[in-house]
Design a protein around this ligand. Structure first.
Ligand SMILES: [Fe+2]
Length: 345
């Protein structure tokens, strides 16, 4: 068992865990599925490593049902878009031959050909352009790398309906991990491309997505990850696990898990009954967005968003040199529709 120490104080369990796999053993599991863990936690708990470093804080039933419903209904079809942008988390493992082929084709074609599919989508703001937008920009990609995501740009009223849940997550993060929150919030407060009145720039949603083991990239290194869940229907499994410590958290509807997402993590098998839904939500700050836009005024940000947005109104087939819609361009269109980004779970 990985437990060094366990205590129960009031309704809160405290665990100190040791590593059950070496760093090398853990590294080797990247992009593989975890099928079982030594300890599954179902109740409010704080979990530390053997050096006293916080690994996770888990709280049950802290997000009100009306905030969950508003969030889920506002996003609607956007939640269910099937994309191919979760590489490692979809257990995409390439053979040596496939790796060689990737070097001979565009990134867009490689993604379309090899990446696994899943319902993982983003909204908010992001710090890379879509391949389509890059093509439209021509030889010199504009700076800063920053943009508003397509869904909230096109659906400003629905976006407002997602905010109560996001602000609830923000409050829980501030309450449960104030030291890391304040550092992240300071960065968020220095930029304008962000979810207003929060420490977040970007939201990822995942529907019925059992992630393979991965670490999150692109988020604030000084911050702490979070994951909340909305559920409909009946399912078992899907626990979110910190592989190296042999621990999983049974995060269900209305719960929140704050955790060190720079540790290898993924889900246990998810067993859905019928059309059951497990919607996981990750709110985070894109470090690149902060670096790229700090120092810009609100007026400069708004003008830049408008400038990038005006590019999207061009038809890709009207751009010089791109009149023939070959396979590569078709791939770019697919990717552009789904709001390109290395999302999280
Ligand atoms: Fe993740």
């Amino acid at each position: 068992m990985s437990i060094i120490h366990e205590a129960h104080i009031g309704g809160l369990a405290l665990y100190v865990l040791r590593k059950v796999f070496t760093d090398d053993e853990t590294e080797e599991m990247t992009s593989k599925y975890v099928d079982t863990v030594k300890l599954v936690i179902n109740d409010d708990s704080d979990v530390y490593d053997e050096n006293g470093k916080i690994l996770a804080r888990f709280r049950k039933a802290v997000i009100p049902l009306d905030e969950q419903t508003s969030f889920y209904n506002a996003l609607g079809k956007h939640l269910h878009h099937i994309g191919q942008l979760r590489g490692i988390a979809t257990a995409t493992e390439l053979t040596e031959e496939q790796r060689k082929e990737c070097k001979t084709i565009s990134r867009a074609s490689a993604i379309t050909k090899f990446n696994g599919k899943c319902k993982s989508n983003i909204f908010g703001y992001f710090d890379t352009f879509t391949p389509h937008t890059k093509r439209l920009m021509g030889k010199t990609v504009w700076k800063p790398y920053a943009r508003i995501c397509a869904w909230n740009r096109k659906n400003p009223e629905k976006y407002q309906q997602t905010l109560p849940l996001i602000k609830q997550v923000d409050r829980l993060y501030a309450k449960l991990q104030p030291d890391k929150y304040s550092k992240q919030r300071e960065k968020a407060d220095a930029i304008f491309m962000k979810i207003e009145d929060t420490a977040f720039t970007t939201i990822t949603t995942n529907i019925n997505f059992r992630t393979a083991l991965h670490t999150d990239k692109g988020d604030d290194i000084d911050g702490f990850g979070n994951l909340s869940v909305i559920e409909y229907g009946s399912y078992t499994g899907g626990e979110t696990c910190l592989y190296q410590y042999g621990v999983g958290f049974n995060v269900r509807g209305g719960d929140i898990l704050l955790m060190d997402v720079h540790q290898l993590h993924g889900n246990l098998p998810l067993n859905l009954e019928g059309d059951a839904i497990r919607c996981s939500i990750v709110c985070y700050l894109r470090a690149g967005l902060w670096k790229n836009t700090k120092g810009m005024t609100k007026e400069e940000c708004d003008a830049y968003i408008q400038r990038v947005q005006s590019l999207g109104k061009k038809s890709i087939c009207n751009v010089d040199g791109l009149r023939d819609c070959n396979t590569d361009l078709q791939a770019l269109r697919v990717i552009d529709d789904e709001d390109f980004g290395d999302a999280k779970a």
